[in-house]
Design a protein around this ligand. Structure first.
Ligand code: NAD
Length: 288
């Protein structure tokens, strides 16, 4: 049977021949990961992973809109991004508050005229098992980590649809698919966010909207420092070392490493990727 591969015709230069073997180059003229002229809403964009995502997305050309409940940190993130030449603004917002979140996202859409990217990153931690976690704490974690993304989706999806589609990334966690001790409320919330990712990917496929989840392992942010300080006072250095070693790669992740994965999933280069869960975890899920 004749091969479907291009033939190297007599006299054809090698570079011309190899170019024929690369039909994808017509679609992707080089990997650029650029976000020029896109508007990106990053929840929790004032600290840790969200801040790294905000910085990187602005550097790649996006107009970044930080939704955060910490006004001072959000303002300092905006100033830092602007002084580096990027475009950024912030809305003070508790994502657990559906009305306030919808108003903030509507203001962003009115300001920018489009909404292309939503990163559901804002989240809180909690330590406890099914017996030690109170109903109040369980509800508080779900309000931020599950209702928060749902509130943002409800507000953002109509705007994304109006501007022809978009990309959504949800910050789930390895604990959505594996157990570590004493994360009853937190694991429940991250499992729900992963299932929410699949549901949204399915329901809005025909609107040009892609929805993916990141499953980070332990990443060194104020989230982790706060956890260690609260739970192991006086033993911070020892616990930092111990938590680092629990990851096969032997260290915690850096926020910039999670941001790079978020950038890829939100970029046009990931145009064939939806309904996926990408571990960024130093081997935690699969390497022993
Ligand atoms: P962080 O605490 O450093 O930053 C969280 C940001 O979210 C802060 O700016 C905070 O003000 C904001 N925020 C919290 N609750 C909010 C609310 N109700 N409304 C608006 N803003 C709110 O956290 P991080 O470590 O950067 O984590 C970011 C996300 O990544 C979280 O969803 C977390 O669950 C997830 N994650 C973190 C790790 C890790 O090891 N750091 C691992 C896996 C997943």
């Amino acid at each position: 049977m004749a091969s479907p591969r291009a033939e190297r015709m007599p006299g054809m230069r090698r570079s011309e021949y190899t170019e024929q073997l690369r039909p994808h180059r017509a679609v992707l003229p080089g990997i650029m990961l650029k976000l020029d002229s896109k508007t990106a809403v990053i929840t929790g964009g004032a600290s840790g992973i969200g801040l790294a995502i905000s910085r990187l997305f602005a550097q790649q050309g996006a107009a970044v809109e930080i939704l955060d409940r910490d006004a001072a940190q959000a303002q300092s993130a905006v100033e830092e991004i602007r002084s580096a030449g990027g475009e950024a603004a912030a809305e003070l917002c508790d994502v657990a508050d559906a009305k306030g979140t919808a108003e903030a996202i509507d203001r962003i859409y009115a300001r920018r005229g489009r909404l292309d990217i939503l990163v559901n990153n804002a989240g809180i931690a909690h330590v406890g098992n099914a017996l030690s976690t109170t109903e109040e704490d369980f509800e508080r974690v779900q309000r931020v980590n599950v209702f928060g993304p749902a509130n943002c989706l409800r507000a953002a999806l109509p705007h994304m649809i109006a501007t022809g589609g978009g990309a959504i990334v949800n910050l789930s966690s390895c604990v959505a698919v594996m157990a570590i001790a004493d994360r009853f409320a937190y694991s429940t919330s991250k499992g729900a966010l992963l299932a929410m990712t699949y549901a949204v990917a399915r329901d809005f496929l025909d609107k040009g909207i892609r929805c993916n989840a990141l499953l980070p392992g332990r990443v060194h942010t104020p989230f982790v420092d706060g956890f260690i300080a609260r739970n192991y006072p006086g033993r911070e250095a020892e616990m930092f070392e111990r938590l680092s070693k629990t990851q096969p790669i032997g260290r915690m992740g850096r926020p910039e490493e999670i941001a790079a994965a978020a950038l890829f999933l939100c970029s046009d280069e990931a145009s064939f990727i939806t309904g996926t869960a990408l571990p960024v975890d130093g081997g935690t899920l699969t390497v022993r």
